[in-house]
Write a protein that binds this ligand. Sequence first.
Ligand code: DX5
Ligand code: ZN
Length: 220
Amino acid sequence: MAGIIRIAPSILAADFTQLGQQIRDAASADLIHVDVMDGRFVPNITMGPLVVAAARQVTTLPLDVHLMIVEPERHLQAFAKAGADIISVHWEVSPNLHRTIQTIRELGCRAGLAINPHIPAAFVSDILPLLDTVLVMTVNPGFGGQAFLPETLPKLRQLRQMIDATGKEITLEVDGGVALDTVRDVVEAGADTLVAGSSVFSGAASISANIAALRRAAGT
Ligand code: DX5
Ligand code: ZN
């Protein structure tokens, strides 16, 4: 199990007519997760650097930008300039991953690598020491509100061991279907950063109450 748990609300599930206020209402979180989709790597199209820049104006929390786009290297500078703190690219669309990770660093951001549910932990091993974050998709990327895939849990356990073996501070982030009924499993498997969209921004309870409930369910 990991140490401190960080909650990263995904604004994909926010009310976009009140985006600024919703981000302010998530001030008790640890990061703000921004899901960038291009309609090519994933079927959906969402937001780009303009929204990152707007988010930057209403929060001091680190902005965790998850690029679900092809050729992510073409857009790194724009996202860094817009105020991203962490930029994660997908393994599946990054043929020159080593260079891409270096570029993210050179732009002054922390570097993350995201992997889809079918990508094994072993594919991350050689690049792992150069990463700040491994982002494990626990749904197929593209949409919020999908059911958590429990078959990703063994991979999380493996990655936790691999990260611990590096002796470096690399965060293990889970993304998709993280809610009150799944949070315990992912934390026990070793995740330390929990992306949560619907479970933070939907339902009758307030955003801050939802964040607090997730922290309690995580046992922190
Ligand atoms: C899915 C995105 C997720 C999504 C999570 O492609 O990467 O960040 O917003 O949404 P929930 O928490 O509703 O599964
Ligand atoms: Zn995401």
